[in-house]
Design a binder for this molecule. Sequence first.
Ligand code: PHE
Ligand code: FE
Length: 292
Amino acid sequence: MGINDPVIAAQTPAADFSINQCWDKYTNDEHAIWRDLYNQQINILKDRVVPEFYQGLELLNLNEGGIPDFSKINEKLMDLTGWQVIAVPHLIPDDVFFEHLANRRFVAGRFIRTREQMDYLQEPDIFHDVFGHVPLLTQPIFANYMEAYGKGGLRALKYDCLKNLARLYWYTVEFGLMSSSDGPKIYGAGIVSSRTESIFSVESTSPNRIHFDLERVMQTDYIIDDFQQVYFGIDSFEELFEATQQDFASIYEFMSKSDKMHDVTDILPTDKIYHKGTQAYANTGGRLAKAS
Ligand code: PHE
Ligand code: FE
């Protein structure tokens, strides 16, 4: 039954929505799914991911014995950047999520996908949350960015501008690219944990690839159920951190007054374009066309 055992699933989380990982409940099959996903992604990501991601994986020894035990990750992470990983049973309210980030706690699902879902699942599982997100939390500047984002989230709630801030998360933490002399490299967790998007995001001629611009990103729509049609690239984590250090109050103010929104395929005169996409993938039906 493993982690999906009804008795385990019925556990009541604490007031902050955290729950015991129950690491000893994972079955051999569940550990094997982790190892297979891990080995597959390690090969695919090799020359496609930023070097900081590999440093993080090594520092945390994420492959040791299958699904990682959060208490072991946390010992190492605490020493490196003061971050902790905590388990939650499902998606949690925005304010609780931000409060955890602001205090250097990253929330992760504890269930793992099934063999039928190796390539695609809608809800983030432990492989996405831990393999995808946690390695970069070993890197000081990225770790600082994530804390600042949590604090910024609590502020955005007060300004009623969560949509704008959520787009920033989407196009950086989840689907961010970083430029390098050797072409674009992946750092976003949503890409890192996906076999197919790891290749599509950096190699396909279909999506637009545009240099990151804070306000541009905060006004750009996104799609949640297929490959992105636009990716934004930063030069370094320093650039991302610096760009978000300013007080967002005035940005929120002007954005709540303007209804200017960019579609995923828009190219603006001010965009610094790395690659102008053909959109061939999306225009021929995307994921659903491939599945049928
Ligand atoms: N500077 C932002 C604010 O004033 C906070 C923030 C930092 C948001 C980093 C996102 C990332 O609200
Ligand atoms: Fe995620």
